[in-house]
Design a protein around this ligand. Structure first.
Ligand SMILES: C[S@@+](CC[C@H](N)C(=O)[O-])C[C@H]1O[C@@H](n2cnc3c(N)ncnc32)[C@H](O)[C@@H]1O
Length: 300
């Protein structure tokens, strides 16, 4: 709870005094992956880099000095990360020792993950059953579903990337998450067209339609992490971005003050719902502030 006190301090420093320092770090550990998802760009699963422990330690210390207190470990498949005897939990303990308040891991859940010491685990569900398998490979939904059940964990959330292939399945993913006692919430994002994956992007009129459906289900009581204000933003190309709230450290060690999508010139076609959430947070929209606080308190 005491960590929540950092948030108004951070807001004052970075929004009002315009320092623009991160609150969260997205740190890529490896580009090794055990899947080749249709929507993932080639370099997302190239299988060439496993960052050394020492490098990750320097990157965590750097991000902490920048002001970040929340960490998301990404890949590739981050649970595949190793360096000698070190495994992903050693990085989670290290981040906590450095001072990060919470650590999340995003995984495809194709291997058991009950051992993960993260505060929160994000599993990627890119559609219900056949939709997920269409994108991630035959049998991947059942494997993920089994590993969720067998994990016995209660700190799992779902991340869905909505694209041209899986958008009809959004309501079923929301219902699946609601019916699963291990799953706390679902976060809905749209496909961002990184090079080679442009064909997966959902046309804008369909995006608006899907957002309206999500808002309706949220109002009907389904647990959706996105705030209504954040979702409304995601209907527009041109809202002001505050994406410096997350810094990114890529697999090749590149340190970016903002999302790699900005470097790639994709902001106007961005699908990452955090962009809408960050905008609404900076504008102090009450529903977004509440959604953010709920998420952070749950993670701690
Ligand atoms: C890159 S994956 C890495 C972590 C892990 N291997 C997994 O599958 O969850 C992290 C998340 O980004 C999403 N993602 C990948 N490419 C995307 C894109 N172009 N636009 C939006 N989301 C994307 C994935 O669906 C997944 O939920």
């Amino acid at each position: 709870m005491k960590h929540i006190a950092y948030l108004p301090y951070w807001y004052f420093q970075n929004r009002l005094l315009k320092k623009e320092k991160p609150l969260q770090t997205v740190l890529f550990l490896t580009d090794y992956c055990n899947l080749k998802c249709k929507h993932c760009s080639e370099d997302g699963h190239a299988g060439t880099i496993m960052k050394p422990y020492r490098q990750v330690k320097e990157e965590l210390e750097y991000s902490y000095r920048q002001g970040a207190r929340f960490l998301d470990l990404e890949g590739g498949e981050p649970t595949l990360w190793s360096d000698g005897g070190y495994r992903i939990n050693d990085l989670i303990y290290l981040a906590k020792k450095i001072g990060f308040y919470s650590v999340t891991v995003t995984t495809n859940g194709q291997r058991p993950f009950d051992y993960l010491a993260a505060d929160s685990i994000w599993v990627s569900v890119d559609g219900y059953k056949r939709y997920h398998d269409m994108i991630r490979g035959a049998g991947t939904f059942d494997t993920l579903n089994r590993n969720i059940k067998e994990s016995g964990l209660k700190n799992i959330s779902v991340n869905m990337a909505i694209n041209k292939m899986n958008y009809p399945s959004v309501p079923d993913v929301i219902k699946y998450a609601a019916a699963n006692p291990s799953i706390q919430s679902v976060s809905l994002n749209f496909h961002t067209p990184y090079p080679g994956t442009e064909h997966m992007m959902l046309p804008w009129d369909k995006r608006i339609h899907v957002i309206d459906k999500i808002i309706q289900m949220k109002r009907d009581g389904y647990t959706v992490m996105n705030s209504v204000s954040g979702l409304q933003c995601m209907k527009r190309h041109d809202f002001k971005k505050f994406c410096w709230i997350s810094n990114f450290i890529l697999t090749d060690g590149t340190r970016l003050a903002e999302c790699p999508g900005k470097t790639a010139g994709l902001c106007e076609r961005c699908g990452f719902s955090m962009a809408g959430e960050m905008h609404s947070l900076m504008k102090l929209r009450p529903d977004t502030v509440l959604a953010g606080l709920k998420l952070r308190m749950r993670e701690e």
